[in-house]
Design a protein around this ligand. Structure first.
Ligand SMILES: Cc1cc2nc3c(=O)[nH]c(=O)nc-3n(C[C@H](O)[C@H](O)[C@H](O)COP(=O)(O)OP(=O)(O)OC[C@H]3O[C@@H](n4cnc5c(N)ncnc54)[C@H](O)[C@@H]3O)c2cc1C
Length: 388
């Protein structure tokens, strides 16, 4: 792994971040990786892994100190995410989902809202962002959830689908349309709903192909009443808040996908060095070497772009939507290709559950679909070149 390890060694992290990353690696080696196959099989929620993550203070990585955190660089978060996804893609998604969901609160919540909500996350609490609806997926702006102001309250009616950790969240960022604003897009707003709110129903967990221990559930809101103090920003700020959150969650999905790809690549290299056919190690066959060359080269290029986009965010760049789309699209396509090739290199053994490569392949698939499908990202990147 010399060439790939050399890229990792170039990461510009502080001493404290290096120490934390070492602790994450130890957590992955001792707990997450050994438990990953059993969680995949049972689909049960990985509470013990979440407890270890909380003990290590990893949620604090993305929260400022005034709300109980110890904020570190975005690059160090991406590095921790990639390590975790290498070990257990489900647990990494459970952790990363809170990072994705907390962004709107960090950037747009009032001091009162932050003081009320953010310390719950330091203590291991989870957050979910609720955008998707049964008839509003890629076109999120066609969502139907309604926010009706009523004196000092807001009444919420509607439903959401596929909400990651929606059955365990301490609070939710729910997107919907403000009834008093006529323009459809301009009416999109975001409201905080806290766990146990009257009128909130949580449906059954979906039975998924991969990342099986990271649950997704449907939610419905039936005349759910919250105080107006739960509105994030102003009525109609929803799309601005959503786009700013996606710029950071999409690179995170890329780090997750690249973690799965790295695990598959490393397992495949280990296997084909050992496995003998026709009196030789499989890695000695030129056809196999060509496959490895493509896998390693694309990994090296994509990982380099991951750290580059991470550094741009750390430097305070805000206009990185296209860079983030390119990264998410390429990293997730690569994860799918490398995990599929890894199964191929394991031969028949790759197809059975004694080896983790079949799990990697199932875990990788969704990275091409959520946080904007890759068709949507191709459209975003392509149309950015239209000259007006
Ligand atoms: C495991 C998992 C976790 C998720 N977590 C969350 C969550 O926490 N919160 C949340 O709000 N949502 C979540 N989602 C929802 C996810 O973001 C959506 O599934 C995704 O955006 C796609 O929407 P859709 O499923 O309705 O597909 P559709 O939008 O119906 O797309 C179907 C197909 O049509 C293609 N298509 C659609 N529009 C276009 C276009 N303009 N051009 C070209 N092709 C197009 C798509 O690429 C896709 O191939 C999750 C989904 C899953 C499966």
């Amino acid at each position: 792994m010399k060439v790939l390890n050399r890229i990792d060694a170039l990461l510009d992290l502080s001493e404290e971040e290096h120490l934390l990353l070492d602790a994450v690696r130890a957590l992955c080696r001792d707990h997450l990786k050994p438990r990953a196959a059993a969680y995949d099989l049972s689909g049960k929620f990985p509470w013990d892994n979440v407890e270890e993550i909380t003990k290590l203070g990893l949620n604090g990585m993305f929260l400022p100190s005034e709300y109980g955190g110890g904020k570190m660089s975005y690059v160090s978060y991406l590095a921790a995410m990639r390590e975790m996804a290498k070990a257990c893609a489900s647990t990494a998604m459970v952790w990363g989902n809170t990072f994705h969901a907390v962004k709107p609160f960090l950037n747009f919540a009032s001091h009162e809202q932050k003081t009320r909500l953010l310390p719950k996350i330091v203590d291991g609490g989870m957050v979910s962002l609720c955008i998707t609806e049964p008839s509003a997926g890629s076109d999120a702006t066609s969502m139907k959830t309604k926010f009706i102001p009523d004196g000092d309250d807001i009444i919420i009616n509607g439903s959401k689908i596929f909400i990651t950790c929606g059955n365990h969240a301490e609070f939710y960022g729910v997107f919907g349309k403000w009834s008093e604003i006529e323009n459809d897009r301009a009416s999109i707003s975001i409201v905080i709903v806290e766990k146990g709110a009257e009128g909130l129903s949580i449906g059954n967990k979906e039975d998924k192909m991969g990342q099986r221990a990271a649950p997704i559930v449907p939610l419905s809101f039936d005349n759910l009443r919250v105080s107006r103090a739960n509105l994030l920003g102003e009525p109609g700020d929803g799309l601005k808040i959503l786009f700013s959150a996606l710029n950071e969650s999409r690179p995170s999905i890329a780090a997750h996908a690249l973690g799965i790809a790295r695990a598959a690549f490393e397992d495949a290299v280990g296997y084909i060095n050992q496995r003998q056919q026709s009196g030789r190690s499989i890695i000695e066959f030129q056809g196999v070497q060509f496959m490895l060359a493509d896998m390693a080269t694309d990994l090296a290029l994509c990982e380099s772009w991951l750290w580059r986009v991470g550094a741009m965010l750390d430097a305070g760049e805000e206009d990185i939507g296209i860079e983030a789309s390119m990264l998410k699209m390429r990293a997730s396509d690569l994860a799918m290709r490398i995990t599929t090739d890894a199964v191929q290199l394991f031969g028949g053994y790759g197809y059975i559950k004694d080896y983790p490569v079949e799990r990697y392949m199932r875990d990788a698939k969704i990275t091409q679909i959520y946080e904007g499908t890759n068709q949507v990202h191709r459209q975003l990147v392509g149309r950015s070149f239209i000259e007006k």
